[in-house]
Design a protein around this ligand. Structure first.
Ligand code: BGC
Length: 759
């Protein structure tokens, strides 16, 4: 480390740290007591054009601090690096910039810390299944502490693209299909990463991404075009971003996609009119990886210079990896195409982020100040998150939980039973598979020598079509009292650029399951996957089915706890499960249409009489071969307990715009075990200035009820909860009639009605 001879550097715990900033530096930098705005202004005053443009450039860390990188940092030619992930290197880089560059402006060190760092939490879609913002916040806190200890001060998370297409690989990174739930979890994750004080050790800046509409990629094919009418954009795709901005998120990332022909990285309407204009955001928008250069591929810019112009004009503060800003902003300014005021504005957004993070006071990381990586507390949070993410989709004749005393032997089968890497899911650059506790290990730990376990993979991978392993698997089953099959998708089958057109279990897994079930033993399937799968083709073959997503480091113990009834599964689907891929997009908050389908008007094509007249079975909105309902609705998830809801009551039948309506129902646990239930409240605005969804989630409470306990659950609703964007694209709450439901899933039928009257 060449810089270790610099004055002011000390080694602490083997990590290079700085002493107090040198006298020269403190004189140059505005005082920490000044408000951030005046510090930003006075710093901007001292910056050369090159230094300003430097702040707008983010490059990928090449793996070592070579002479070029060092020279660029010393020249003030970089605002940020991504993918530096050890504290020693991070501190060396911060030392080079703060000591060696003219103005000593520290760097943002960005990394995709998406669902944990070394300790891996369930994929965000799995975390969403907990419907538990408090737990999601704690998970992000764990991730922030571990990432901060590696010198990371900025994460590119949370990903809050509303995702209604399970073909899209990136649905794994999302919180699912619902804008309201995504908004709550977005705020939770931002708070978890950023904490109460961004300058405190162990907090990192969050990024709300991808702004906006990326989840609507046509056909679920990644990077594809999105066409989102403005009203849908405002009512469905933007609310989570607005919530994150209101929660103080430091940055946003532009989406790769285009909306209505305008790619996000050059989209003034999104970046300027909405984000800055309507929402008052004054922080930092970073492009996505090379997304400014990709304006050329989109056919939106002729060359890199025009791409730089369009991105800067739209309001992208920092360019990730490509060189449009580096190579062309100065020319654009010289030629009068971009103003200095514009550049100053963009740089100010970056400097604000750095001031908020307290980097000017202390850009260094001292891991000894932070909790140990993957400590028991972190692992406990990961385990709790994995447990609450498990969704029980089927449980015939009480197949689960398994009773150790009833079983002499169990066959554990499948490619996902004992794979420490694959259970981690997508985006786990820093995840440590050696920390993973697999389901097989956890089952062995759980049953000890009371039950004999025979394990066979059956298939080498989830994609494998080589069925040679079936023989051994079936032998294991023949000797067993029950079968637990761990199936699903390997990590690489979801995530960025990993979309699928067919979302059945891949490879020969369906055949494997059919073969296992023929043995006539109870079959429990546990699916580990990055997206909803079309599992209709295996449902009849299994007695019980747990959907476990990619559950992360502690997936094994969480799954074992659920299988053996230490705890009931309590997750709920954050996204609708279709019967067949052709139903996509299918989501609970759909519009009613002018011809809504009903049980009376739907007949499967196999049952249609020959030469039936066209209108014999009504003319309603459905598929002849799949109906109009999903396989499992949003919010659905069974429990080992038996919950029921009754006695719904409203505090008033008529409320005014200023009133708060109280909605209550009684939840009863009719079983002999204690368990969590996720109570959900939905509303419907019957008539609107624009058509309104048939149901919209507006309340969630995760409650633990003792055996046989009854409890009154209370929600409050006010006019803001009923607001939506109307035809003129402003937020309105209209007087009129509303329905409200309470239950354990979006298809609950416990309903009440009220009327909202105008002032
Ligand atoms: C992804 C972003 C990610 C970035 C940096 C891109 O390919 O779309 O979500 O943050 O890479 O790794």
């Amino acid at each position: 480390m060449a810089s270790s001879s610099r004055p002011g550097l000390v080694l602490l715990g083997g990590i290079l740290l700085m002493n107090a900033p040198s006298a020269g530096m403190t004189q140059q930098l505005p005082s920490a007591d000044e408000p951030i705005e005046s510090r930003v202004a006075s710093l901007l005053d001292r910056m050369t054009l090159e230094e300003k443009i430097g702040q707008m450039i983010q490059v990928n860390f090449p793996g070592e601090i070579g002479p070029d990188l060092r020279a660029a940092i010393e020249a003030g030619g970089l605002g940020s690096l991504l993918n530096v992930v050890d504290a020693r290197t991070a501190n060396e880089i911060q030392a080079i910039v703060t000591e060696g560059s003219r103005l000593g402006i520290p760097l943002l060190l960005g990394r995709d810390v998406i669902h944990g760092f070394r300790t891996v939490l369930p994929i965000p879609l799995g975390q969403a299944a907990s419907f538990n913002p408090e737990l999601v916040e704690r998970g992000a806190r764990v991730a922030a502490l571990e990432a901060a200890a590696a010198g990371v001060n900025w994460t590119f998370a949370p990903m809050i693209d509303v995702s209604r297409d399970p073909r899209w690989g990136r649905i794994a990174e999302s919180f699912g299909e619902d804008p309201w739930l995504t908004s709550r979890l977005a705020v939770a994750m931002v708070n978890g990463f950023q904490g109460g004080d961004l300058a405190a050790a162990g907090t990192i800046a969050a990024t709300a991404k991808h702004f906006a509409g990326y989840g609507a990629s046509e056909a679920g094919r990644d990077y594809n075009t999105t066409n989102i009418p403005e009203n849908e954009l405002r009512n469905v795709y933007l609310p989570p971003f607005k919530a994150a901005v209101n929660a103080g998120v430091v940055s946003l990332m532009a989406s790769f996609s285009d909306i209505d022909g305008v790619p996000a990285s050059g989209n003034r309407f999104l970046m300027q009119d909405i984000l800055r204009g309507e929402w008052g955001f004054d922080g930092l928008v970073v492009s996505d990886w090379v997304s400014i250069e990709q304006l050329i591929d989109h056919g939106f810019a002729a060359d890199l210079r025009e791409a730089a112009f369009k991105a800067a004009d739209a309001g992208i503060n920092m360019e990730m990896v490509s060189r449009a800003y580096a190579d062309h902003l100065a020319d654009l300014l010289r030629d009068g195409e971009i103003s200095l005021a514009r550049i100053d504005e963009l740089v100010a957004g970056i400097l604000r982020a750095k001031f908020r993070l307290g980097l000017f006071e202390n850009p260094y990381t001292d891991p000894s100040e932070l909790p140990e990586i993957a400590n028991p507390e972190h692992l406990a949070v990961a385990r709790e998150a994995a447990l609450q993410s498990l969704v029980l989709l089927r449980n015939e004749r009480g197949a689960l939980p398994l009773d150790v005393d009833d079983l002499g032997s169990i066959a554990v089968i499948g490619p996902m039973a004992d794979d420490p890497y694959e259970q981690l899911g997508t985006w786990v650059f820093d995840g440590d598979p050696s920390l993973s506790r697999t389901p097989l290990q956890a089952i062995r730990d759980m049953v000890g020598d009371r039950v004999r376990i025979r394990y066979e993979r059956g298939l080498e991978t989830t994609r494998s079509r080589n069925t040679e392993g079936f023989v051994a698997a079936l032998q294991a089953v023949a000797e067993a009292d029950a079968v637990i099959a761990f199936l699903g998708e390997e990590s690489i089958l979801s995530g960025e650029a990993h979309s699928r057109a067919d979302i059945d279990l891949p490879g020969s897994q369906v055949e494997l399951l059919h073969a296992l079930s023929e043995a006539g033993k109870p079959v429990i399937a546990v699916i580990l996957a990055g997206r909803p799968l079309t599992v209709q083709n295996i449902l009849d073959q299994v007695d019980a089915l747990i959907f476990a997503w990619h559950p992360g480091t502690m997936g094994g113990p969480a799954i074992a706890d659920a299988l053996f009834g230490v705890e009931s599964p309590s997750g709920k689907l954050p996204v609708t499960f279709p019967k067949v891929v052709g139903q996509i997009p299918i989501y609970y908050a759909h519009k009613n249409t002018g011809k809504p389908a009903t049980p009376e008007t739907y007949v499967h094509l196999d049952d249609l009489p020959v030469r039936a007249v066209q209108s014999a079975h009504g003319m309603t909105s459905h598929h002849l071969d799949a109906g109009y309902t999903p396989l499992f609705p949003f919010g659905f998830g069974l429990s080992y307990a038996h919950f029921s809801f009754a006695d719904m009551e409203l505090s008033a039948a008529v409320i005014g715009m200023e009133d708060t309506l109280t909605v209550e129902a009684v939840l009863t646990n009719n079983s002999d075990i204690a368990a969590d239930e996720v109570v959900q409240l939905y509303v419907r605005d019957l008539v609107g200035d624009v058509t309104r969804p048939v149901r919209e989630l507006r309340g969630v409470q995760r409650l633990r009820l003792d055996a046989r306990e009854s409890r009154t659950v209370t929600f409050e609703l006010d006019a803001a909860d009923l607001a939506f964007y109307g035809q003129d694209m402003t937020l309105i709450t209209e007087p009129g009639q509303f329905h409200v439901w309470i239950g354990g899933s979006s298809d609950t039928d416990l309903r009440a009605e009220f009327t909202l009257v105008g002032d």
